[in-house]
Design a protein around this ligand. Structure first.
Ligand code: SF4
Length: 332
């Protein structure tokens, strides 16, 4: 069992390979619904079921997946990782195993990840996810007992059942990698070691991440968040240029295409219900935003102006600042 921060360290320095023909990472949101109300998430600000919460139809999902596939075919490359995630809980979507199978069969992603709170896992669903071709399960744990779950995410979890389901998944996971993480605010002083002891038996990797200010709607001053702290434990290094915009796409349930996953709402560059994804990724707007970042003028993009989330999430090898001029030459 590895005890580290869950990032891929087997990577090239990003500056050597950008601009990318095909993004390294694609996120697909399949559901806006969440059964948790975590204090650091925008769902904590939603008291009633929102009228705007969407659940992707099968046809919408197929369109989303096919758009990514077209981009990969045209670029002659697979994406390195597709993550089923978003601000909703993916396990609330009844067709999730079929979606994973569809991606697997179309073979445009090297890795298929699912980020989940794990509370809706059952033996049967675990079997279906593994059989469908899931290659990485990422479970976000919100504390080491029922009371903390209630405090952090407003959810009455049946803790023994939860542990039993994680254990079942791990025992039946075949080649799927299991990564279990929690956030610093979900652990009281002295509980860190217990967290590792509890979850290490049924995880390939465990980690404690730091909460950073992701959601505009959340008042982080009420939550213990240390400024200038990296989510993954790296030394915080101030950056002028966001790496996410060069390597990531995230498609939301309404078809909006964003270029970052560490800020919500994301910086949007189009919508697959109006344009082809390939035209969005290679489009003028995306190119303009990348150039502004490289020129140190991200403040001209309202969404990016006050954002430093990328500096709190970026891998050291993704820092582009020292090579901005060189990359700009490739973009003109
Ligand atoms: S600077 Fe912030 S808002 Fe802009 S693309 Fe990067 S992460 Fe997103």
């Amino acid at each position: 069992m590895e005890k580290c921060n869950g990032r891929d360290n087997n990577r090239l320095p990003l500056y050597k390979v950008v601009p990318l023909i095909v993004p390294f990472s694609v996120g697909l949101a399949v559901s806006d619904f969440c059964n948790f109300r975590c204090v650091y998430c925008k769902h904590s600000t939603i008291l009633e079921k929102s009228q705007n919460d969407r659940m992707l139809s099968w046809d919408e999902f197929v369109n989303m997946a096919n758009e990514v596939e077209s981009l990969c075919i045209r670029g002659g490359q697979k994406v390195k990782v597709v993550t089923i995630c978003g601000t909703g809980e993916p396990l609330t979507h009844k067709m999730l195993p079929q979606m994973i199978r569809y991606i697997k069969e179309h073979n445009w992603a090297e890795r298929i990840e699912l980020t989940t709170n794990g509370s809706l896992l059952t033996h049967d669903l675990s079997d279906q996810l593994v059989e469908a071709g899931l290659t990485r399960l990422i479970v976000s744990v919100q504390g080491i007992n029922t009371k903390t779950y209630r405090d952090v995410c407003g959810y009455d979890i049946d803790y023994p059942r939860f542990i039993n389901e994680l254990e079942y998944f791990y025992t039946h996971k075949k080649k799927c990698f299991v990564y279990i993480k929690t956030v610093d605010i979900a652990l009281k002083k002295g509980e860190q070691g217990k967290f590792y002891d509890m979850f290490s038996p049924f995880a390939d990797m465990v980690n404690i991440e730091s909460v950073i200010d992701v959601f505009d709607d959340v008042d982080y001053s009420k939550i213990t968040v240390t400024d200038n702290k990296s989510r993954y434990g790296y030394t915080y290094d101030e950056r002028k240029c966001c790496h996410d915009i060069f390597m990531r796409l995230h498609i939301e349930t309404d078809g909006s295409v964003g270029v970052c996953s560490c800020k919500n709402p994301a910086l949007h560059i189009g919508n697959i219900n109006k344009q082809r994804l390939i035209d969005i990724w290679n489009g003028d707007l995306h190119r303009k935003y990348m150039k502004l970042h490289l020129m140190g003028r991200k403040n001209e993009i309202p969404r990016c102006a006050s954002c430093d989330a990328f500096a709190k999430t970026g891998h050291p090898l993704d820092n582009l600042d020292q090579h901005a001029d060189e990359i700009l030459q490739r973009l003109v």
